[in-house]
Design a protein around this ligand. Sequence first.
Ligand SMILES: [Zn+2]
Length: 280
Amino acid sequence: MVKDYFSHLNAEEQHILKNKGTEEPFTGEYNEHFEAGIFICRACENPLYESNTKFNSGCGWPSFDDELEGAIVRHEDLSGGRNRTEICCARCNGHLGHVFRGEQITEKNTRHCVNSLSIKFILHNHLETATFGAGCFWHVEKIFRQTKGVYLANSGYMGGDTLNPTYKEICIGDTNHAEVVNINFNPKVISYIDLLEIFWKNHNPTTLNQQGADIGTQYRSVIFYYSDLQKVSAEKSVEELQGNFSKPIVTQIIAKDKFYRAEEYHQNYLNKNNLGSCSI
Ligand SMILES: [Zn+2]
């Protein structure tokens, strides 16, 4: 007897997973969702995608550039007069969406276009969060992205006065948002103190609202803390480091604020564009 993976789903979910339907674009709960965790099949709970493969393609559906090994099956789909590749869950064959190649949005050059109603998010409870501003976020993100124990490093904005800021707005310089990198890390692999060390090593914390040629409040040196422990660790690291500088450290240490993920073209910017650093 074939197991029925779909009977517990509601009508909308069955329409997508069982009858290969499509939800309206920009309506799904995971379209603008960028937390650290794993997406499983809503029908059979098979793990499908790590959230560090998720990106914002602007298409209106959750987009991933890689699947978990063996999680997905592909079928040729000639419906609607188009030649597409349908993707389904490898365990229950529930419909997820379609996969496209060659759009050059991320390094992997692949977009799994998935219905939110086909998947379910499970938070990675073992990860902690840290946020640093150390000048241009392209450079800071690249360094943390390649650090062992860092699951996710997203470029974005924090600490300003406006809601949903855009890059254009924060560059005008009067929103008070800092360019930051939001990091989800595994404290069993890398400690917060180690992250602080990387932060200090990779910028000049003594120049107020300036890193090299980049001038403005969005380039300020800032640590947004998520706990009293992070706050104390950050303050202690300033005391320890001050002796290495002739000028005072001007880094702000302030409580976390809402993180606004930057536009997709800023994510992994230097790697995507084959640039070594910002100063090119
Ligand atoms: Zn499934």
